[in-house]
Design a protein around this ligand. Sequence first.
Ligand code: SAM
Length: 259
Amino acid sequence: MTLHRARKRFGQNFLHDQRIIAGIVAAIHPLPKDHLVEIGPGMGAITQPLLDSGTRLDVVELDRDLIPILQQKLGSSARLKIHQQDALKFDFCSLAEAGEPLRVVGNLPYNISTPLIFHLLDQAHCIRDMHFMLQKEVVDRLAAAPGCADYGRLGIMVQSRCEVEQLFTVPPGSFNPAPKVDSAIVRLTPWDKPPVAIADQAQFAKVVAQAFTQRRKTLRNNLKGLIDAAALEALGIDPGRRPETLSLAEFAAIANRLV
Ligand code: SAM
């Protein structure tokens, strides 16, 4: 077997726990008619069982040293395409055929998971669903409800575009090398019909980012220059509230007022 030393700069923690791998594949439930894209296949821990399901699969891997290992292990399958590229710059929609949105999966490199999720949200129109392994703390933030300590910009931005389902927790011992923290599997499904109407995504993103510049301060303070207290009151939102108490609908109402 080819040996590969895990590289920290590529966020490499390889899954070896067969029970967890089977749980991830069962949660994805790939079918032969599906078109999957795996980000960071590594040495193929999830790739192999995904291929065994008969699905079409494109994989995007940055570390060029892993490509011959993947080719040796899986390269003979006509249903597999290996792309040696940076997922942060990858045009996922270029793989999608009309009317056949992609299913994106990956045990993501934790050091780039947030920018990668934002990159994928920009391409949500050609994605059916996403299943990711992330640090548990990040999954908690993705799924957090208003009023929770974990609720903030990341959760609001993702929830405005996708349904978020926390699936299960994965302990450090399931990986080699073992990370220092717990991990978790999350399913993100882009909404067919979003729960709130957002007139302009860029304006919404700006309002949410500015509202959370100082978490302990009020909306009146954080949104200064964007919207004044009287306009917030006219929307039925008390300017003395803190950003983490606002619902998705309230953030959308503020952003839509500014378009
Ligand atoms: N899927 C494998 C597994 O579960 O054992 C490996 C997961 S490991 C946490 C993350 C993988 O993402 C590594 O193979 C790493 O080389 C790859 N990676 C890191 N940065 C990347 C990037 N920008 N684009 C694509 N792949 C990347």
